[in-house]
Design a protein around this ligand. Sequence first.
Ligand code: NAG
Ligand code: NAG
Ligand code: NAG
Ligand code: NAG
Length: 540
Amino acid sequence: MAFASCAGCVLVVSVIEQLAQVHNSTAQAAMERLCSYLPEKLSLKTTCYLVIHIFGSDIIKLLNADVNADVVCHTLAFCKQKTGQPLCHLYALPKAPWKYALKKARHIIRNSQNLKYPRSYSDVCSLPFLTKICQEIKSAIKNSVPFKDADADKYSVFPTLRGYHWRGRDCNDQDKMVYPGRRPVNWDAHQDSNCNGIWGVDPKDGIPYEKKFCEGSQPRGVILLGDSAGAHFHIAPEWMTAAQMSLRSFLSLPTALSDELNWPHLSGATGFLDSTTRIKEGSIYLRLRKRNRCNHRDYQNISKNGASSQNLEKFIESLSRNQLLDQPAIVIYAMVGNDVCNEHTDPVPKMTTPEQLYSKVTQTLKHLNSHLPNGSHVVFYGLADGTFLWDHLHDRYHPLGQLNKDVTYAQLYSFLSCLQVNPCQGWMSANETLRALTSERAAQLSGTLKKIASLEKFTNFNLFYMDFTLQEIVEEWQRRGGQPWELIEPVDGFHPNEVALLLLADQFWKKIQHQGPEVLGKENPFNLQIEQVFGDQGGH
Ligand SMILES: *[C@@H]1O[C@H](CO)[C@@H](O)[C@H](O)[C@H]1NC(C)=O
Ligand SMILES: *[C@@H]1O[C@H](CO)[C@@H](O)[C@H](O)[C@H]1NC(C)=O
Ligand SMILES: *[C@@H]1O[C@H](CO)[C@@H](O)[C@H](O)[C@H]1NC(C)=O
Ligand SMILES: *[C@@H]1O[C@H](CO)[C@@H](O)[C@H](O)[C@H]1NC(C)=O
């Protein structure tokens, strides 16, 4: 976790420095201001004050002497230059030679009473009052959080920790045979066995509503097998933009940490909340539900940060579908980047090869064929072409660099590479040859998926392939008066943001209507009546 301590330190010190600048206050006051903004939940506020208590006096001395965040964090030993390794820095190097700047900074805190303060992230986290928050942060940034719901009962009444933000809310947590997506038992005359909010008997004619409104309507759910883009990985820029920082800025932080910094409830595939953006298009799930209200709550977001064709087998078991009891599903396979994106200094040898892809994807399809009810559909998304990132971002300012125009995305990418945590060394790189190589491999892998889709046949589902065409999204966004860079997550400079995900969902919908309308099922003529009798059908 060396990277987390260095990147985290530079981030926090930058925010303190900029808060002081914005409010024309001392570093001390800026720190207290920052802590005062943080919520009590997850002990965030308490933790903040304790961190000030430990490191505050040194940070104040250094900032008062105009030492920049990189130098502060090297002085406090959160960042370290290992022998033979390059020096990692986010900001431009100080004018004085680095060694001299560091020596001077160390001199400033030479009388520090706190010489014994923790020297590494793990030392910091071993302090009793920080253990809990460290655990949350660790699980949020680590790419390999195990699924917490691997048992049979995968639906939940809780939103986070992979609860109903990730798949349809359970409507009876006591009964394991009640869950979204199942075929109704006795037409749900007595209870809502599939949680779609339609149950009971019409007193006028004694016919169960589920039979009346849903029989023959070909209900189906949507399941996303995705990566962090699918889960909508998002770090809010408000958490680090000093100029606009307030109490409100951090309201969403505790929930986000518990969802591994993913926001599936706002995602393009399975999002169920109204968009927080000016985009009006809904997620694929919301469209399926609008098409047939019997599909209410039937969504699963089986996505994971860092997921790729090669590690999907580790979590595909958390997909929950009973071949005999449940409705068919539309499974969207969207591993759009991690087969070519990795953090290695020389990323090419670590990229998935077409042969490796072929072998794992065939296994995945076998698994799906033995778990999906007959009549399901599987749609492969090809890989994205990430040259988009460098082309549109490299000379723009990162949220941390907007105040003083001193951190561009090119600098951010190079800082992350130096710390060996650049999530996509191949595309988030100044090396044009490397970016082109990465795109070439991505295109090969997409070709392999396309080939599999045209050659392989399965008994329980039809297989489709669809290109992941960012370019079309960009054009659509430009038609609406937007700029290409507005489609990328501002903090990480890597993931598609909420707008992009919703535009992608729109594109998906239009293409499927054209390529295979049977995937989406029929429009249910009873939708209006369902709404009249059952209202909002009970939330998600
Ligand atoms: C900032 O604060 C200092 C000391 O409190 C004051 O002298 C200075 O005029 C202030 N600057 C601005 C721009 O408000
Ligand atoms: C689903 O998961 C993906 C990640 O795979 C995420 O981006 C998206 O926001 C999630 N959507 C919903 C609605 O849960
Ligand atoms: C699956 O359904 C199709 C029709 O949708 C049918 O022709 C086929 O026989 C079914 N397969 C199995 C294994 O039940
Ligand atoms: C750019 O990337 C290519 C491919 O990985 C590599 O061979 C080359 O050495 C890199 N160039 C620089 C200047 O790092």
